[in-house]
Design a binder for this molecule. Structure first.
Ligand SMILES: NC(=O)C1=CN([C@@H]2O[C@H](COP(=O)(O)OP(=O)(O)OC[C@H]3O[C@@H](n4cnc5c(N)ncnc54)[C@H](O)[C@@H]3O)[C@@H](O)[C@H]2O)C=CC1
Ligand SMILES: Cc1ncc(C(=O)O)c(C(=O)O)c1O
Length: 310
């Protein structure tokens, strides 16, 4: 399967609209579904924004693609060749939505989940046809970050994995096919970074601004060009051995949720979505920051497409 003729994206919050816009750009007829009419209204703006970004990246439009916004789940799923689930990250909700999806599509329709790291096998436990269910972990923003993790559950068929890799590559994206482990690869590494940053912030060793500046320029910039395994060879494994001998024992071992994040979440200070989180946001700040982020990601994506990261 290359790009599916008809797709359904279930959940149109942070991730759904960008996923839908990319599928449509490549010619799929996409139905974007949500239980919230307000979310679907916001999604129309988000999809237009994502499409404008794809224009900036000069991604050609394959004729025939479209996005429609469907409050009714059965209507959204009617005749779908491919379904992506992108509802909130709780396994009970995902299982419930998967059951509804299975009831509405043919038994051979591929159902992919955008879970950030819930084991696919666990999610598939109550499915009638787990062989067609697979992890398809996009990174935010999905229409810009050209790498998707593909994760089989223990009953996912190899044909479905092959079909999904074909779809990912049809977007010109990197497909990383992985073993099933909580958090997969990307989030295990990302959350190790976040854990250490939050620990340094909680200890008063660094401010949010210090952490963002140091990680962006000292790590992110470098790792955008040089992968961490290649960087080990560049630095020298002897250096890594010396440094990790004293540093690894000193790194954060926090196994729970960061106390600071827990406190902010309990205060409903969730970040941009509530205009207050790690940073405060005044009038217009969120829109301005989002625009800056998109501008930066487009610029870097274009620059990186000039080279082949090592
Ligand atoms: N936000 C992020 O940076 C990333 C999130 N993910 C994963 O993608 C999934 C979605 O995440 P977000 O888009 O951030 O969540 P979100 O909370 O922004 O959006 C979820 C949407 O699902 C809708 N929804 C809830 N129950 C539903 C149902 N029964 N049927 C249809 N829609 C329903 C909500 O109304 C909401 O609009 C999660 O599994 C998350 O872990 C993956 C990569 C990145
Ligand atoms: C904080 C955070 N958590 C999860 C994810 C994900 O990839 O699932 C991301 C992301 O950048 O996509 C993230 O920033």
């Amino acid at each position: 399967m290359t790009i599916p003729k008809t797709s359904a994206v279930i959940g149109s919050g942070t991730m759904g609209p960008g996923i839908a816009a990319l599928l449509a750009r490549y010619g799929s007829t996409v139905r974007l579904n949500d239980i919230s009419e307000e979310a679907l209204t916001r999604a129309e703006t988000a999809c237009s924004g994502a499409s404008a970004v794809l224009d900036q990246l000069q991604i050609p439009t394959v004729p025939g693609g479209s996005v429609s916004y469907e409050l009714d789940l059965t209507a959204a799923l009617d005749g779908a060749d491919f379904v992506i689930e992108a509802v909130p990250e709780t396994i009970e909700l995902k299982k419930s939505v998967l059951a509804q999806i299975e009831a509405a599509v043919a038994t051979d329709v591929v159902i992919a989940t955008n879970t950030s790291g819930i084991p696919i096998t666990d999610m598939a436990a109550s499915m009638a046809h787990p062989e067609r269910f697979i992890g398809m972990h996009w990174s935010n923003p999905p229409h810009l970050i050209p790498m998707i993790e593909v994760i089989r559950g223990d009953q996912t068929s190899t044909e479905v994995e092959t079909a999904l890799v074909e779809i990912v590559r049809a977007f010109g994206y990197e497909a990383v096919v992985e073993k099933e482990i909580p958090g997969f690869i990307e989030n295990r590494v990302l959350y190790a970074i976040m854990r250490e940053c939050l620990s340094l912030l909680e200890q008063g060793v660094a401010t949010q601004e210090d952490l963002d500046t140091c990680v962006k320029w000292g790590i992110g910039y470098k790792l955008a060009v040089i992968g961490p395994m290649r960087l080990l060879d560049m630095a020298g494994l002897d250096i890594y051995t010396s440094v990790s001998s004293y540093l690894n024992p000193d790194l954060s071992k926090e196994s729970g949720i960061s106390p600071l994040v827990r406190e902010l979440t309990e205060q409903n200070r969730l970040g941009m979505k509530t205009e207050d989180g790690m940073y405060p946001y005044g009038e217009g700040d969120v829109a301005a920051k989002r625009a800056d982020i998109l501008r930066g990601l487009v610029t870097v994506r274009k620059a990186l497409s000039e080279i082949k990261p090592v």
